[in-house]
Every structure is written in structure tokens, then in C-alpha cells.
Design a protein around this ligand. Structure first.
Ligand SMILES: Cc1ncc(CO)c(N)n1
Length: 216
């Protein structure tokens, strides 16, 4: 088989996958034209996404079948809890986001759906299923961010949201995630592969709904 498991999953998640990575929200972000209110609500909701995403990374550390894999995932936890977290704090300071919206904002339907998917996968998913959800989130973000022009928008809130997701380190992390999903996926039987496909499609749909919720 020349087609990898991750390619197989993605190809069966069209047209939504391409709609995510070419979403008009991302084009407006490149142009610095996402209205402040949209960017603010997007980031407030995304910070809640990141909470469960971090928990899912922890689930990956716990469920991985080898030490090298735990180390790789722990490296990503380091980024989410340092550079990415301080980005959110600086953006919230710039937008004047108060404590309650940082800690427990009212959740959009799209945020709730995504959090439920991650919580279920955390509680009941296999290592392959955890990798599937992590891969959709990270790979789709890499793919839209790689489409950015070299001239970044002036506002750091826009510019750094792009560079957080297309840096060489982030590229290497996504390459590792896909390779890991390909490795683990090669051992799965047909039924378990089908479960991963369903999850990949659901997570892709969640990504699309998440952008749509902030783009009217
Ligand atoms: C909704 C969403 N998907 C993916 C990422 C990247 O992890 C993010 N920050 N937010």
C-alpha cells in the first residue's frame, strides 16, 4: 500500500477537509481583516477548545505504546502550556477580555460539540483514536496556516496565530503525528480503521463548524 493511513482518512473527509483549510476566516486572517469582535470570540472559544485538547494530549501520553511516543507528545504539551498559553493571555489583554470569559465563557454549540468529541475520545478512545482526533486538529491548522502569504498582518493577534501554526517546529510535530497515526493504523483491523475514519470525519466537521461559528 503506497497510500498512507492518514492520507486515506483525509481523502474520505472531503469536501469538508478542503473547506476547513481554505476557510474564508483564514483568508481574512491573512489580510488582517477579521473584525475584532469575531477574533475575540473565536479566541475566547478556542481557549476552551485548548483545555480539552491539552487533556487529550495527556491521554495520548498515557495510552502510547512506547516511551519515544510519550516524549514526542510531551514536547507538544510543553508548547501548548508555554508559548501558546502566553499568546492567548497577551491577546486577551489586548482585547480587554475579563476573567470570566477567560475561565468559563458561555460556550457556542460548535465549541460544545468539539469538547464532547474530545472528552469521549479521552475517556473511551484507543491510542489510535486519540491520535486521529489530535491529527485532524493539528494537520488542518498546519494546512490553512501554510497557505499564508509571507507578508504577515500587522496586528500580533493575527500574525502570531498564523506563525504558531506554520513554524518549523509545528510542521515537525504534525509530520510526527501523521507518521505515528500511520504506524499505529497499520496494525488495526478493518473495524478499528472504520472507527478512526468516522472520528476523523466527525472532527473535520467540528473544525468546519468552529470556523463557521465565527464567520457570518
Ligand atoms: C478549533 C481548533 N482546532 C485546532 C486547533 C489547533 O490545535 C485549534 N487551536 N483550534
Amino acid at each position: 500500500m503506497t497510500e498512507t493511513f492518514s492520507d486515506w482518512l483525509r481523502q474520505r473527509s472531503e469536501p469538508e477537509w478542503t473547506e476547513v483549510i481554505t476557510h474564508p476566516f483564514t483568508q481574512a486572517l491573512f489580510d488582517g481583516l477579521v473584525p475584532i469582535d469575531s477574533m475575540r470570540s473565536y479566541l475566547v472559544q478556542d481557549y476552551q477548545f485548548v483545555d480539552d485538547f491539552l487533556a487529550l494530549l495527556g491521554s495520548g501520553v498515557a495510552k502510547a505504546d512506547r516511551y519515544a511516543s510519550r516524549l514526542a507528545i510531551a514536547g507538544s504539551i510543553r508548547v501548548v502550556t508555554s508559548e501558546e498559553n502566553t499568546y492567548f493571555q497577551r491577546a486577551f489583554d489586548a482585547f480587554g477580555v475579563g476573567e470570566s470569559d477567560r475561565v468559563s465563557p458561555e460556550l457556542d454549540e460548535a465549541t460544545k460539540a468539539f469538547r464532547e468529541l474530545m472528552q469521549d475520545t479521552n475517556a473511551r478512545g484507543s491510542y489510535a483514536e486519540v491520535l486521529t482526533v489530535l491529527t485532524v486538529a493539528e494537520w488542518s491548522y498546519l494546512e490553512w496556516a501554510m497557505r499564508a502569504p509571507s507578508a504577515l498582518p500587522e496586528n500580533f493577534v493575527h500574525a502570531e496565530w498564523i506563525t504558531l501554526h506554520n513554524s518549523p517546529d509545528f510542521r515537525a510535530w504534525v509530520r510526527w503525528l501523521r507518521g505515528e497515526l500511520d504506524r499505529v493504523g497499520a496494525e488495526l483491523d478493518e473495524r478499528d480503521r472504520a472507527r478512526c475514519l468516522r472520528l476523523f470525519q466527525q472532527a473535520t466537521r467540528c473544525e468546519l463548524d468552529f470556523f463557521n461559528a465565527h464567520w457570518r
